[in-house]
Write a protein that binds this ligand. Sequence first.
Ligand code: GFB
Length: 319
Amino acid sequence: MTSFYLAGKRVWVAGHRGMAGSAIARRLARENCEMVTATRSELDLLRQAHVDAWMADRKIDVVFLAAATVGGIMANATRPAEFLYDNLTIESNIIHAAWQTGVKKLLFLGSSCIFPRLAEQPMREEALLTGALEPTNESYAIAKIAGIKLCQAFRRQYGCDFVSVMPTNLYGPGDRYDAEGGHVVAALIMKIHAAKAAASPTVELWGTGKPRREFLYSEDLADACVFVMKNYSEEMFLNVGTGVDMTILELAQRIAAIIGWTGTFTFETSKPDGMPRKVMDVSRLRNMGWVAPTSFETGMKEAYDWYVANVPGPYAMTT
Ligand code: GFB
């Protein structure tokens, strides 16, 4: 196992305002490094020249590449141009500039949607590019696959120490609480919280409730990213997750229990299910010594408390 030290290094978290990036920024506070961030008005990640100049000026040693255009199943399905163009451009600009400016190490964050729609479950890293992608998130998946390939190509051709991780579905503080465009956990927290406040007996789920998903707490992802940055330097990307999945209906029932709402769920079957099952084989990372430390109930309670404290809404209330 290789060892890379963050202490004394200048570390840029690209995307520090998002759920994954903000968790990495919080986690880095425990490392003895100098963290650098840039707001959207300071640095336009869609402009190669801006990224080149900014990175050269800041003399960045290490990059956590968490900047991306993200969203749930409907955002992916209805805004494919943004998901493809933005993500391809952001990752290309940063990876190219990292090479040009002599960055010592870069970690790229992808997504479990890179795997084929009907990949064997749990999905091993080797399943990449063995079948057709899930149509609802094909644009995002293609962009993230390109990110993996960029890291591998820059490693092969120029010897850059660029590595990639593929996180499973995430939840946590700073998630996008947007009922239409967000991911399922954020949407369900919003809907169930509102149903409780309004004493409403039903909540609508999209699709059939039968797809199976795996959920990782964003703070655990951040811990894994720091672990991989310090201990891994190979071409193959690493899956990051819990290795445990549940149906969407079970997810909704477990969130309802945490929120304290006891109604019933209905199904809006005109909305897509997406991939029938998506659970990671996490044995590579486990064999290196990392497992997700936070239980679903603990992480989800923290995510819900963050929502109540930080997202004002028509049904804002304290728990
Ligand atoms: O998290 P999610 O939007 O995306 O949806 P994916 C997961 C599942 O939850 C789907 C169902 O089967 C949805 O039909 N679902 C039920 C809901 N109710 C709701 C709801 O109110 N809102 C939402 N959003 N879903 C994402 C990709 O796929 O996976 C992303 O679209 C990313 O790009 C992420 O790759 C990891 O899990 O289907």
